[in-house]
Structures are given as structure tokens and as C-alpha cells.
Design a binder for this molecule. Structure first.
Ligand SMILES: Cc1ncc(COP(=O)(O)O)c(C=O)c1O
Length: 403
């Protein structure tokens, strides 16, 4: 076992410094994680919407262990028994259609962008209309799709063929569509961009607009999908079906797996040899994915998540009424954002010190992504820690007259 300081020293010496972590986490069980010194935390980050069923969910762990002892990997030159079964579940729960499996959100988005370009190829449609403040990944094409210029700094030239329009503005989307547009790509709930749900009427009008102009409507559900919103997929709140959708993060509850789904009518756009991924849909990843969906069904995870979301939201609204530091509470299901009137960093640090891990989404927005399986007492505990930390931050702000 390495000690705490050995872990940090090794990381600083041998890992490229693209992240700036503060804690060394060593163990997890459902809504809780423990650091290397044995200190316990309530985890309201879920690995950024990955461990939606909680850490080391017994059913998923058991499925991974069983499959690891049976068949870990075969290439896609062969069938494996689990990939088509997982594809059937995803397809049936989504909007029908066909699935391609890969390993991450960026790879899923990269794949669906390729799909849209090939779909539009015959008619010269290749441009993708994306949203300002969106996030789609860190590969070159998904960076170009991402609506935040700061992530592209230093990586120019930008991959061509992407334009950005303000989120929730149908007029802006309409103006951006032209005869070279293949698709509109949108997160139904902006995650990294501040936990901002699309307006119902906006997504409905976007659907009509894409239908009228013969353009694909694609949803990135990498963060907001897999029950996070209280429905299995966020689009199901809107009564609007996309032509294609990407998934990753919670699809394997921590085991890396991504996917994109496209409507059945477009099933022949990709022929053998047009797209591939070595690990995509391997037996181990699919065993994890199947166990995730089985758990959703057998444990009524969505019902539970909706109930817990109601409690958490009511508690946050109540904090909002008492703490002047809070400007707005918003979000859907277990994807909640809290705008503060000050930068959130001291609140994040204060919460971690008090045993609660939470996230930010930009300078002034706190982001709460608890496991969907979180318990009532855990919700109460998190709210009381937030209450204390916001009081301390408020006193600080009033006391020194800054921030
Ligand atoms: C909406 C969305 N799309 C894509 C991605 C990229 O996923 P990954 O980090 O698995 O490549 C993320 C990651 O946060 C995301 O939130």
C-alpha cells in the first residue's frame, strides 16, 4: 500500500498535470467514499454522474466479477453474447433504433458526428449546429462542438464544420440552419454549462424545425441520461424524440462504456468498415451495462430517485429562502444547480472539509449530482452540511465586505 504522500508524490512525478485533485479516495460504497486516511465523505458528485447507482453497487460488482472470470474481451470480428442484449435494452428504453458501443462520452459524440456527416454526405450536408456553453468532450471534433472557447485555447486550428448558437433560442437556431447543415446537437440539460434545462417549447420547436428542413436532431445525454433527470433519458421529459442520442458515464456505473443510438430508418448509414472501436461493446463492459439496467428495473431506481429529488429540491429551495448568498436553485431530478452570488470555490472546499463532496459548473454555480440510490438521511445530512457551509461563507462575505 502506498501512503498518502507517496500517492501524491507519484502522481506529481509521473502523471501529466491535466487535473488538480485535492483528496485521495481509496474506497466507496453506495453514497459514501473514504479517503486514504479513512475519513468518510458523502459523495454528491457520483464521479460526475457516473456512479448513478452508487459506488460498487453489489449487483454491478457481481456482474463484473462473474464476467471477468468468463470472457473479458473479444474483438468485434466476433459476436459476443452480451453486446446485442445490451443494445436491445438501450434501444427499447430509448426510441427504438440501433446502437454503436464505444468507451466514453467524447467517443460517442465523435461517432455520432461522423454518423451525421456520412448521413449528409450525399447531399453535401456536413455542418453541425451546437449550443453556446455546451460540453461534448475533449477530442478535436468534440472540442469543436463544445460551446466554450476556453477549452479550445492552444489547440488550434479548430476542427471545421461547427457553429454555436445561444441555448434555448429557437430564433438563433433557425437562423443558423442552412443547406450545409447536417445536424443540431444539443444537451437537453446543459451540465458543465451550468445545469440549465432546455425549455420544453424550445426542444419541441427544434424538433419541428429539423423535420421541416430535413436535418438530424441529436441529443447528448452523456451527463443528463441514465436516470439522472428522473426519467431514464432526459428527452423523455419533453415529449420529443431525437434522431440520435449519445450515452456514456452512468451506462456502466463506473465501468467505461459509451454508446450512440440512431433511429432504425438510418440503420444502413454505417456499413461494415465505416466505424469501429477496439474495446467497444466488449463482454465485460456490456455485463456492467446490463447489470445497471437490471438494477434500475428491479430496484425501482427511478421512483426512488424522483422521491429523493423532491426532498433534496425542497431542502435546497428552503436554503435559498434563508441564505442571501443563493441567487437561484434549478435543475431536474438529481441534477441540481445552485447559483451563488459569490465564487463557489470556498463553499466546495468547506463542504469537503465537513464531509460532503459536491461539484461546480462554472465560477458561480454549485452542482449536485448525488447517486440516484441516495437515502433520505443522507439527503438530510447533505442539506445540513450545506446550510452550515453557506452560513460560514455568508458570514465571511458580509464580514470582510468582499467577493
Ligand atoms: C454532456 C457531456 N458530453 C460529453 C462528455 C464527455 O464525456 P467523456 O469525458 O466520457 O469523454 C461529458 C463529460 O463531462 C458531458 O458532460
Amino acid at each position: 500500500m502506498t501512503t498518502l504522500s507517496e500517492t501524491i508524490d507519484l502522481q506529481r512525478q509521473f502523471v501529466l498535470p491535466t487535473y488538480s485533485p485535492e483528496l485521495v479516495l481509496a474506497r466507496g460504497a453506495m453514497s459514501r467514499v473514504w479517503d486514504q486516511t479513512g475519513r468518510e465523505y458523502l459523495d454528491f458528485t457520483s464521479g460526475i454522474s457516473v456512479c448513478n447507482l452508487g459506488h460498487c453497487h453489489p449487483r454491478v460488482t457481481e456482474a463484473i466479477q462473474r464476467q471477468a472470470a468468463t470472457l473479458v474481451h473479444v474483438s468485434n470480428l466476433f459476436y459476443n453474447q452480451l453486446q446485442p442484449r445490451l443494445a436491445r435494452v438501450v434501444s427499447q428504453l430509448a426510441f427504438g433504433g440501433r446502437v454503436f458501443f464505444c468507451n466514453s462520452g467524447a467517443e460517442a459524440n465523435e461517432g455520432i458526428i461522423k454518423f451525421a456527416r456520412r448521413w449528409g454526405g450525399g447531399s453535401g450536408r456536413c455542418r453541425i449546429v451546437c449550443m453556446e456553453n455546451s460540453f461534448h468532450g475533449r477530442t478535436l471534433a468534440t472540442l469543436a462542438a463544445t460551446g466554450r472557447a476556453k477549452y479550445r485555447m492552444g489547440f488550434q486550428p479548430d476542427t471545421p464544420g461547427f457553429v454555436h448558437v445561444p441555448f434555448n433560442s429557437i430564433k438563433a437556431a433557425e437562423q443558423a440552419l442552412d443547406s450545409s447543415t447536417a445536424a443540431v446537437l444539443v444537451e437537453p440539460i446543459l451540465g458543465e454549462g451550468g445545469v440549465i434545462p432546455a425549455n420544453v417549447e424550445y426542444l419541441r420547436q427544434l424538433r419541428r424545425l429539423c423535420d421541416d428542413r430535413g436535418i438530424l436532431l441529436l441529443f447528448d445525454e452523456v451527463q443528463c441520461g441514465m436516470g439522472r433527470s428522473g426519467e431514464m433519458f432526459a428527452f423523455q421529459h419533453y415529449g420529443v424524440e431525437p434522431d440520435g442520442m449519445t450515452l456514456a458515464k452512468a451506462l456502466g456505473n463506473g465501468f467505461p462504456i459509451g454508446a450512440f443510438v440512431v433511429r432504425e430508418q438510418w440503420a444502413d448509414i454505417f456499413e461494415p468498415g465505416t466505424h469501429a472501436s477496439t474495446f467497444g461493446g466488449n463482454p465485460l463492459a456490456c455485463a456492467a451495462g446490463l447489470a445497471v439496467f437490471e438494477t434500475f428495473e428491479q430496484d425501482n431506481v427511478l421512483d426512488h430517485a424522483r422521491r429523493m429529488s423532491g426532498l433534496l429540491r425542497a431542502g435546497l429551495d428552503e436554503l435559498g429562502r434563508r441564505h442571501t448568498l443563493i441567487e437561484e436553485v434549478r435543475g431536474v431530478g438529481m441534477m441540481l444547480g445552485i447559483d451563488l452570488r459569490t465564487p463557489v470555490k470556498p463553499v466546495l472546499q468547506g463542504a469537503a472539509k465537513a464531509g460532503l463532496l459536491i461539484l461546480s459548473a462554472g465560477e458561480n454555480t454549485l452542482r449536485l449530482l448525488p447517486p440516484l440510490t441516495v437515502g433520505e438521511t443522507e439527503v438530510d445530512d447533505a442539506l445540513s452540511i450545506l446550510d452550515q457551509v453557506l452560513s460560514a461563507a455568508g458570514a465571511q462575505t458580509n464580514g470582510d465586505g468582499q467577493s
